[in-house]
Ligand binder design. Structure first.
Ligand code: FES
Length: 327
């Protein structure tokens, strides 16, 4: 039986019962992957013709709307089929690992945000925009995005206080410098696409600023010249944080434009009032050759994705890992 691979137009002779990701790796077909366990979504690809067996034991075929993604690390080949792999020239492979780390600093950039700086025992390689699971103790684990680059000495995370949340309460009330933290990752598909040459829209809601900072820094420090339009949406002016840092980046890099948008209350000088989705729609009428990176609450990401598509952004140019709001 055979496996046809779009858009590479490659044909492989394959064996029934083989794992799809293993097969692609054996034949040096580029596909981003990380956790190898069906958790991170990085290895997703589409079935265009034929069927594969998914992790749940169901046969998955092409969907009418073409939105039927399978996770290659969890899919088993059962018959001749055609798959489509995303962006073969934008592959990132940073195998997920578990690292020991210790708390180097805890800062309070806003009343309900903590910046956590961790010193890992070994360097964690990741692409800007990815996330990791932080485990602070038994039953105290949550995913958070890295705010920096993997060349930084410390790993930076932004943690928002969730009312009644076990993990955020632990971070706000009990976590101390020197405490051990287990870091598992990297995970996630909303990483910086380095080959894109057009303008970039980065939308951060609240602590969704963390991965967006990584993406912005990765672009600027990687020598990419793309115009970057960064929208930082917050509930009220008091929730905006790290503005000095963002203004300093804008001063040093004229290709970066920042809009801070406060949804409620009086905005401070230099901020705008209203919804971040409305601000984007008012400023950017045509996103057809853009890439967009969205990070924030699932509701914000969903609303922003709808607006971006209405403004002409191709679906494949939208990168979003909806941020986790649980405790
Ligand atoms: Fe397949 Fe993570 S590598 S889901």
């Amino acid at each position: 039986m055979q496996l046809f691979i779009r858009p590479l137009d490659r044909v492989l002779d394959v064996r029934a019962g083989a794992n799809l990701l293993d097969t692609l790796r054996e034949h040096a077909v580029p596909l981003s992957h990380s956790c190898m366990a069906g958790r991170c979504g990085t290895c997703r690809c589409r079935v265009l013709e034929g069927r594969v067996l998914d992790a749940g034991g169901s046969l998955r075929a092409a969907a009418a709307e073409g939105e039927d993604w399978v996770l290659a690390c969890q899919a088993v080949l059962t018959e001749t089929c055609t798959i489509e792999i995303p962006e073969p020239d934008e592959v990132v492979v940073h195998p997920a690992r578990i690292l020991k780390a210790s708390v180097a600093a805890i800062e309070a950039p806003a009343a309900d945000v903590r910046r956590l700086l961790l010193k890992p025992a070994k360097r964690l390689e990741f692409a800007p925009g990815q996330y990791a699971t932080l485990q602070f103790g038994a039953e105290l684990a949550r995913p958070y995005s890295m705010a920096g680059l993997d060349s930084d000495e410390l790993l930076e995370f932004h943690i928002r206080r969730v009312p009644g949340g076990r993990v955020s309460s632990h971070v706000f009330e009990r976590l101390a410098v020197g405490d051990a933290v287990r870091v598992s990752g990297p995970l996630g598909t909303a990483y910086l696409r380095r080959r894109h040459q057009g303008p970039m829209l980065c939308v951060a809601g609240g602590t969704g600023l963390a991965p967006v900072l990584g993406i912005v820094r990765g672009t600027l420090e990687g020598g990419m010249s793309n115009p970057i339009h960064l929208y930082f949406g917050v509930r009220s002016a008091a929730d905006a944080y790290d503005l000095d840092r963002l203004y300093a980046l804008c001063d040093a890099h004229p290709q970066l434009k920042l809009q801070v948008v406060a949804a409620t209350g009086r905005p401070e000088p230099g901020m705008r009032a209203g919804l971040v989705t409305d601000a984007v729609a008012a400023d950017l009428p045509d996103l057809s050759d853009w890439r967009a990176y969205l990070c924030g609450s699932p509701a914000m990401v969903e609303a922003m994705a709808l607006v971006a598509r209405r403004l002409g952004l191709p679906p494949a140019a939208l990168h979003a890992d909806a941020f986790y709001t649980q405790s």
